[in-house]
Design a protein around this ligand. Sequence first.
Ligand code: ASP
Ligand code: MG
Length: 424
Amino acid sequence: MSLIVAKFGGTSVASTERIRNVAKRLVKMKQEGHDVVAVVSAMGKSTDELVAMAAAVNENPPAREMDRLLSTGEQVSMTLLAMAIDALGVLAMSFTGRQAGIRTDEAHEKAKIVSIDAERIMSAVNDGKIAVIAGFQGIDANGEMTTLGRGGSDTTAVAVAYGLNADECQIFSDVEGVFTADPRVCPHAKKLDEISYDDMLELSSAGSGVLQMRAVEFARKYNVVIHSRSAFSDKPGTLVKEASMEKAVVTGIAHDTSEVKVTVRSIPDVYGVAAALFTGLAQAQVSVDMIIQNLSNDGLADISFTCPGKDLGRAQEALKKLMPEIGAREFGVDEDIAKVSLVGTGMKSSPGVAAKAFSTLAENEINILAISTSPIRLSVVVRNSQAVDAVRCLHTAFGLDADEVFEETMLSAEEIAAKMAKGR
Ligand code: ASP
Ligand code: MG
């Protein structure tokens, strides 16, 4: 008999009807002879709604209260799912993070799991029950509720699979697995049967929303194989696991429209200025991504950086204070950008990837605003309006196009524009 951990994301449990479908699926697994532990996200967009309510009563809600609030979302879905399973005549029992023995550090809103005490879960499973665990939450050493960062239920699933020594960790969502590009914008994208942890980590950090980055990090560290698959079909999805022998040069292309570019102009070109600028931004909790410095002739420099759009307010506040300190003239913000990233472990050993990517973009009249690289990733910043074109032409140029086109997922031009709009 094997033990399966099955995680269902917000879309999969967005309505009571969908929760009943998830219950059926879990009961089927159970009837096929498996032990089953489910992990759930909050229903639909309910976490976003809780965040909005908090913002309406306090611009800067205390982190402890925020975690108590956000953890309620998963408690709704876990209890409803346990009830739905019970209605099908199968024993089920729901557990909060605390009850499931998920211990974390004390970093509210971005806690890390430090250990799992699986005793209660295993005893429920041994009693023939389907255990349903609230994702995204845990408890710190002081007994305080914590949450694991947005999308954190994926991490709960991987950690629980590891803690229970499960045979499988299946993560169900509204997509069929990991694709060579987002099939909603790139109709030729194809589903990967498997992907290495390293490639998946880069794709997640470059904007692919299929799996939370931390969950992939955890899986890599403890060698947990993740099966990313659709909650709405029985088709096999993508296995995320240690690299196999065969490596494509480029595994996939991710795009991210959530970043903004800030340019600080006319800064004296002397040592210590970058240190002061980025120390100030770090203190203001701004996650800086790319950095570009341009030198001018008159001993002044411009420094541009990109950061998540949600950090922009904090960046502007910090810059207002920093400008006089570093002697800069002014700063400007460009929100009309998108980052497109090529990812592939095979890039390490193939020269010419950048040249080919830049030529492809040039042939398609797409201007590059910034560039950054790692051994297995090449990212460019382009105009937001050209991001879809950039993804598509690079996808073709690097031989990723599938023979079949995703007709049913193709969006109209308006839908794409809406999707690419900020703050989606
Ligand atoms: N409900 C949480 C969120 O929306 C956690 C999750 O869905 O994984 O971020
Ligand atoms: Mg998710």
